[in-house]
Ligand binder design. Structure first.
Ligand code: AOS
Ligand code: ZN
Ligand code: ZN
Ligand code: ZN
Length: 427
């Protein structure tokens, strides 16, 4: 199904007055502080987030999975779902595919379908953490790090195949996340595994097209619980530097030990021009993949504050970032969950854009710690929702996406079309 502009306009109509009143107040408040509201609206409108194809169905845990009716069963339906998210939010302009879960049988037709929904293809993801039917070598004990040259060769070839598939869709980047590691001390040589991973990544990089970028994800633990080969941003950065200028570190917010200062990692990577992008989500304990902004919205704001600063002071020529969500939920309607994540990202960005960078730099120069904190928190505590809403409305989206989603009966229609007992391909 596809949402038409006229449907959304009719759905928005009764809420326009209320929105206008709140927008007027915020606009005047921002203008009195010297902010350029037109520029802010444009910056928000430009922030487009990629939706992971694996988040469109209900997630699960190792204890069980509770299916949600109307889940997409194939790539076409996944694209249609992201199309719905984009029509409602005007902020989900691309999709991130996972191979082999999302192999396009007819790439030209898939590209056409994506264009109908105004979507592009963001980073493609390789998968060497599962064995596929008929596969010659097993990844049980690792892939790019494996002791056996045959396993490594198979994993390298898989990554190159993912790139070739991505090319048929117009994607320009690959995200490599490795489950490789050891669950017990002594299981493998820590140094040997890292060395082999570096060699394998370099082999992929050498054959990657020149206009492509490689994003290297890190994660401290899980599925291996003693050691992960690419455990932290430093290892990822080292590997990216070992590959070359088109390899970058990817920050997944859930991939840190508790209380890690993620905004500092962002600042460090941007100083080196090596921040490739994000997997946005939120977490309380580990790789919880919870809805963005649901647990630590202040941290998200501080991350965006570093990003805004980094983009304005881009001395190391960090390329534009890949903004992706990597969250999936077991309880909520997956599309509502993603709408909440999209909103949280734009809210954090809007708040960060309100930070008076000049005043902050001045307070920092004077060691005025109190004032520096006041400046940040003044921005964070501004209710920017009318600004985010206005940007979305000007772009033809829904004033209140979740409400629109419910009032238009979208899930009910998806269930009617696809059935109640559906399982999206993926994790
Ligand atoms: C795994 O923990 C990583 O976050 C991956 O980026 C991602 O979740 C995975 O590739 C999807 O299966
Ligand atoms: Zn991730
Ligand atoms: Zn993860
Ligand atoms: Zn995660």
């Amino acid at each position: 199904m596809k949402l038409e502009a006229t449907q959304l306009a009719a759905q928005n109509a009764p809420y326009l007055d209320t929105h206008d009143r709140s927008w007027d107040i915020l606009r005047q408040q921002m203008e009195s502080k010297g902010l350029n509201t037109k520029a802010l609206l444009q910056q928000l409108s430009d922030l487009q987030i990629a939706i992971p194809s694996w988040a469109l169905g209900a997630g699960g845990t190792r204890f069980g999975r509770f299916s949600f009716g109307g889940e997409p069963a194939n790539l076409e339906q996944k694209i249609a779902d992201v199309g719905l998210l984009h029509a409602l939010s005007r902020s989900a302009g691309s999709i991130s595919l996972h191979i082999p879960w999302d192999i396009p049988e007819d790439p030209a037709a898939i590209r056409e379908l994506a264009a109908i929904h105004e979507l592009t293809f963001d980073a493609v993801n390789s998968n060497t953490f599962q064995d596929q039917p008929g596969q010659a070598q097993s990844y049980k004990f690792g892939s790019l790090c494996h002791h056996s040259a045959e396993v490594r060769a198979q994993a390298i070839e898989h990554n190159l195949e993912v790139i070739r598939i991505g090319q048929t869709l117009g994607s320009k980047s690959i995200t490599v996340w490795l489950a490789d590691g050891a669950s017990f001390p002594g299981q493998h040589s820590l140094r040997g595994a890292l060395q082999r991973t570096q060699d394998s990544l370099q082999a992929i990089y050498r054959d990657m097209p020149e206009d492509w970028r490689m994003f290297i994800e890190y994660k401290p633990y899980e599925p291996n619980f003693y050691s992960t080969v690419i455990a932290d941003w430093g290892t990822s950065l080292m590997l990216a530097e070992g590959c070359g200028p088109n390899a970058y570190t990817l920050v997944d917010l859930g991939h840190h030990l508790p209380n890690t200062n993620i905004e500092q990692i962002v600042a460090t990577l941007m100083m080196k021009g090596k921040l490739g992008g994000f997997h946005f989500n939120d977490s309380k304990y580990g790789d919880d993949d919870l809805t963005v902004g649901s647990i630590k919205p202040y941290q998200l704001f501080l991350i965006f504050n570093e990003l805004v600063y980094g983009m304005a002071n881009n001395t190391a020529n960090n390329p534009p970032l890949a903004w992706m969500i990597d969250a999936s939920h077991n309880l909520k309607d997956p599309l509502e969950d993603l709408l909440q994540s999209l909103e949280a990202i734009r809210i954090a960005y809007a708040q960060a854009l309100l930070v008076d960078q000049e005043a902050l730099a001045d307070a920092q120069a004077r060691q005025d710690v109190t004032e520096a904190q006041e400046i940040l928190q003044d921005a964070f505590r501004t209710d920017v929702r009318p600004l985010v809403r206005e940007a979305r409305w000007q772009d033809g989206g829904a004033l209140y996406p979740i409400q629109a989603y419910r009032e238009l009966g979208i899930r009910e229609q998806l269930i009617e079309q696809r059935g109640m007992h559906t399982i999206a391909t993926g994790l």
